[in-house]
Design a protein. Structure first.
Lengths: 791, 241
């Protein structure tokens, strides 16, 4: 407490520095809070959705392909150990409520037993009893402005049908259903709506008390030999998880780098603070402050600012989380619930924010505690440059190889692929630690270059900088880290955006797209189109080709993967091929082979010519891989099959979307006719330009965020440079006065300061190299493992 | 009975061939209530001796006893605690903390020692009263003249009721009128309160108020006796030699 006034007054004397430190912590904490809140909201929504669908079941039986016979339910129910067998049909459709239209996940259920296996509760009304009755998720109903007893329409494969909402349900737990919104019909009604009479998609099983899950599973497998997968319910969808993983990985990487830079800045700022206060600290020591008291005084300042920063950052993070959720909704075309505000993200952010600040202030505090009391009486030489150079070189020699080793281990697949980020971070820190060793040479070079313009001032500037190698290194280090990580991440994301653009210019070939609902990019699921639509489309004059597309979830070993079924008629350069060629891909698809996404190939360890196992109603089928392509649907866990082949082995039929080509000269008329057809049937019509515009809009959201990141890092780097130059000038006051006495003009003094900035700032160049190295290295694991991300 | 004793104290700076000996075998004693002036030319080692007497620096060899305790044998923390309880420092450049008011500067050594704020400020006010600075207690150092700052510094040194007051050129940065005022203050402390003071000075007039003058040259004691035994020419010679 004794030094509190001292610290407080010192902070008041440097308001700008305090504000800067506070801002850095605020930004860092805001990033942590925003990312944690946003990802926890998304994950919670996913979990709740899956809990509502999978519920409390001990086992589930899932169709491989397009459903399985309803008659199997009896066999399942009679299996030893099974207490409850709840059948369901699980499909997507479009719901119309007045003027509002939305995609919905329809569950055809047996209301008498369904609530025993699924985790939801009836909050209003009653269970459906008739074919024309429906249950709706309560928050979904709210968003549609639908109330109990309202009539709504459902567009499914069987056409447009009307239902009455007789009950509202809510999943148990804190969060409402999200990602998709659920509607519940009695099973026969769903079978009619989806043209799936006597079919089931799933059976959820509750086992008898004491029953052995594995034994029951084996008994069921013996009975149901083909066409289904019997498993323990998954808590998360593989594809959705894979899709979110890339985004979450990027966001977590952003957190790591933001915190690293914040630590660097706080360290730098407090080093300067201690440097500035050496004499005062010496006085404190002389009049009786112990080392511990002096060290604590510095740490308390960091603690005070960090607590304030953490509080402000939490508020800012909360606001930013809303924006991130909106961006997630925009990018993944999903509807998320309100941001789930739980205490954990804030607790973690505050602990991390305060921890990072204390970590950054730890060394300066130690340095403060070593100030000798004699410094109150006379200036003591403290700049041991040789020691700084030696110490940082040793630290660099340790850090750099560790980083390289981690990266190599990640490249060779010995450690998880995400470890490469840690490796790259350590490599960057290692590079910063080598700056003192090369500083003299590089700054001399810059001075030589600047000499024609700045003359002797540049030389004086370099001498001043070299007097404080540690401080100059820190500033250059902050500059290096800030710019390199930002350009690295920016390069990475821009590359991905370029990849996505390359992908859609190949993969989205068509003039018009007709669908019942927009597809879910995470799962690929969409509402069924009534089959008679194809015939009506064929009647439109000017239509040259109708390519029906179907998305379905299939099982490959333990993985749920997204199957994309098309005709691939007239397609050229369709895939963004990573292994193989487009010609081979098309040829293979026609010859009962598959094209698979890079992520799936990586997960399965599959190369060109290998075979991919797919579970089908008639057992496991091995399909030769004709090509491996970059894909951005379903997180890259995708397999492409020709329509006729998919129908043959998986019984896949139905259509999610039609890709339509028209005679160029008749496109306007075709558009008009399609518009009328879609309006009459409640379908969505999109032109190629609209689809591309939609994807571009997502990409632009990302690019906008990048400019923000660049602006922040430039701001941070500029403030770091400002800090160092200010410190140097403060120290040089007497020297500058002397130079003025010996006839240095004001403009020459200014040039000297500018030259200092230029010499430190030349690390901007290194930073860009560092940045591109980050970008390049982030791609290497995929490249090395045989799956490049772009041509 | 002595309050301070040094035995064959040496102090060297640097390493290897570039070693500089600042003190060479200094042995002396200071008795309670004594006012001792240390004089010598620039670079003679007088300030180094003062820092070693105050436990601010450790001698390279030899021993320094404060009230019988060998300061060299103490850890840094224990030496610091001894310093804040038993030794008051007055510096040439006042060394007040610029962002603390006069009363806060004076109370600080007590607060560092765990004295509660109320008691610390009461004692701070008493010390400021003693140096006639109480009316200026809420002023920051920047709002005080040099003489006033030095009086606050004296109050800060006195507030802990030190066994030993060490002053390093206390009048060095003051004009003659202020220097005279500080000299008188120090003299009064010795005569009225029996305060022990060891003062480094260049100023023969200031040295004249001391009871004893130790002259140092090239790190060793050249002479030690009352000011009257030192000829004015010698006193003057120490100033800029």
């Amino acid at each position: 407490m004794s030094l509190t006034s001292f610290s407080w007054r010192e902070m008041q004397a440097r308001p700008l520095r305090v504000v800067f430190t506070f801002s850095c912590i605020t930004l860092g904490v805001a990033v942590v809070v925003a990312v944690l809140l946003s990802t926890s909201t998304t994950r919670q929504a996913q979990r709740d959705m899956l809990r509502a669908v999978s519920g409390r079941a001990d086992l589930e039986i899932i169709a491989d392909g397009n459903g399985f016979p309803y008659a199997w339910l009896k066999d399942v129910s009679q299996t030893q150990g099974v207490a409850v067998a709840a059948p369901s049909l699980n499909r997507f459709a479009v719901i119309f409520a007045g003027e509002t239209k939305a995609r919905t996940q329809v569950l055809g259920i047996d209301p008498r037993i369904d609530m025993e296996v699924r985790d939801y509760e009836l909050v209003a009304g009653r269970q459906p009893a008739k074919l024309s009755e429906m249950l709706l998720d309560s928050s979904f109903a709210e968003s549609l402005h639908v109330e109990l007893d309202d009539q709504i329409k459902l567009l499914a494969r069987g056409g447009l049908e009307e239902f009455q909402v007789v009950g509202l349900v809510r999943p148990r737990g804190s969060a409402p259903i999200a990602l998709s919104s659920a509607a519940y019909l009695v099973l026969p009604a769903a079978q009619v709506a989806f043209n799936a009479r006597q079919q089931l998609d799933q059976i959820q099983l509750l086992l008898q008390e004491g029953a052995d899950r594995e034994e029951v599973r084996q008994a069921l497998e013996a009975k149901l030999t083909k066409g289904v997968t019997i498993r323990q319910p998954k808590t998360q969808s593989d594809m959705a998880q894979e899709t979110m993983y890339a985004t979450e990985n990027g966001l977590h990487l952003a957190i790591a780098f933001a915190l690293l830079i914040v630590t660097f800045i706080i360290y730098n700022t407090f080093q300067m603070t201690v440097g500035e206060r050496r004499k005062q600290l010496g006085i404190l020591r002389a009049i009786g402050a112990t080392r511990k008291q002096v060290g604590w005084a510095i740490l308390k300042e960091a603690l005070f600012v960090s607590i304030l920063g953490a509080i402000a950052g939490s508020v800012l993070g909360l606001a930013t989380a809303g924006y991130l959720s909106l961006a997630t909704e925009e990018i993944f075309q999903v509807e998320l619930p309100r941001t789930q505000i739980t205490v954990w993200p804030f607790a973690i952010a505050i602990v991390v924010g305060v921890g990072v600040s204390l970590l950054g202030a730890l060394l300066p505090a130690h340095r403060a505690s070593t100030v000798q009391p004699v410094e109150a009486m006379r200036a003591v030489e403290v700049g041991h440059n040789e020691e700084v150079v030696r110490a940082t070189r040793i630290a660099g020699v340790i850090t750099l190889p560790v980083g390289v080793a981690l990266l190599l281990a990640s490249l060779s697949g010995r450690v998880p692929i995400g470890t490469d980020a840690v490796g790259i971070g350590l490599m960057l820190i290692g590079c910063v630690l080598f700056i003192p060793s090369i500083l003299e040479r590089t700054s001399s070079l810059i001075v030589r270059i600047l000499s024609p313009w700045l003359g002797i001032e540049a030389k004086l500037a370099q001498r001043q900088l070299m007097r404080h190698v540690g401080r100059t290194t820190l500033t250059a280090g902050v500059l290096f880290m800030a710019i390199s990580t930002t350009t690295g991440l920016a390069g990475n994301i821009l590359d991905n955006v370029a990849n996505i653009r390359g992908w859609y210019t190949r993969g989205i070939i068509g003039d018009f797209f007709v669908r019942a609902s927009l597809p879910d990019l995470a799962t690929g699921s969409a509402a069924d189109l009534p089959p008679e639509i194809e015939a009506e489309l064929g009647k439109i004059a000017g239509v040259t080709n109708i390519d029906p597309m179907r998305f379905a979830s299939v099982q490959s070993g333990e993985d749920s993967i997204l199957l994309i079924v098309r005709n691939f008629v007239g397609a050229q350069d369709f895939f963004d091929v990573a292994q193989g060629t487009n010609d081979l891909a098309m040829q293979g698809l026609r010859q009962r082979q598959a094209v698979i996404g890079t992520v799936l190939a990586q997960r399965k360890g599959i190369s060109l010519g290998d075979e991919l196992p797919i579970e089908t109603p008639s057992g496991t089928v091995m399909i030769a891989v004709a090509a491996i392509a970059n894909d951005y649907i379903g997180g890259g866990l995708t397999v492409y099959l020709d329509r006729s082949f998919a129908a043959e082995i998986l019984g896949i039929d139905g259509v999610d979307a039609y890709v339509i080509k028209a005679v160029p000269s008749q496109r306007t008329q075709v558009a008009s006719d399609l518009h009328q057809l879609c309006q009459d049937n409640g379908l969505i019509l999109q032109s190629y330009a609209e689809v591309v515009g939609q994807i571009d809009s997502m990409a632009n959201t990302v690019i906008g965020g990048l400019w923000g990141l660049l602006a922040i890092s430039t701001f941070i780097a500029a403030i770091g440079l400002f800090n160092t130059l200010t410190m140097n000038i403060l120290e040089q006051t007497r020297e500058i006065g002397m130079l003025r006495v010996v006839a240095m003009t004001r403009s020459q003094v200014r040039r000297m300061v500018v030259a200092q900035g230029a010499v430190v700032g030349h690390h901007w160049t290194d930073s860009r190299y560092g940045g591109w190295r980050v970008c390049w290295l982030r791609h290497r694991p995929i490249v090395i493992r045989g799956y490049r991300t772009r041509d | 009975m002595c309050i301070l004793e040094t035995r064959d104290v040496t102090k060297s700076y640097g390493t290897g061939e570039v070693q500089v000996a600042a003190l060479r075998g200094v042995t002396t004693t200071i008795r309670p209530g004594e006012f001792v002036a240390i004089m010598g030319p620039s670079g003679s080692g007088k300030s180094t001796l003062l820092t070693i007497l105050g436990g601010v620096e450790s001698p390279t060899s030899g021993q320094v006893f404060l009230e019988g305790v060998d300061m060299a044998s103490l850890s840094d923390d224990d030496r610091t605690k001894l310093r804040r309880r038993r030794i008051g420092f007055i510096f040439q450049s006042f060394n007040l903390l610029p962002n603390l008011t006069a009363e806060e500067n004076v109370a600080l050594p007590l607060q560092l020692d765990g004295v509660n704020s109320r008691a610390a400020f009461e004692r701070s006010h008493a010390a400021l009263e003693q140096v006639e600075m109480l009316p200026r207690k809420t002023h920051l150092p920047s709002a005080l003249s040099g003489g006033e700052q030095q009086r606050v510094a004296v109050a800060r040194a006195l507030v802990i009721a030190p066994a030993l007051l060490l002053a390093d050129e206390p009048t060095g940065n003051l004009d003659s009128r202020q220097a005279q005022r500080i000299s008188s203050l120090l003299e009064r402390l010795v005569t009225d309160q029996g305060q022990t003071i060891v003062m480094v000075t260049h100023d023969p007039l200031v040295a004249n108020i001391a009871q004893r003058v130790i002259q140092i040259r090239d790190g060793a004691i050249e002479s030690d006796g009352p000011p009257s035994q030192i000829r004015p020419a010698e006193l003057l010679a120490t100033k800029d030699k």
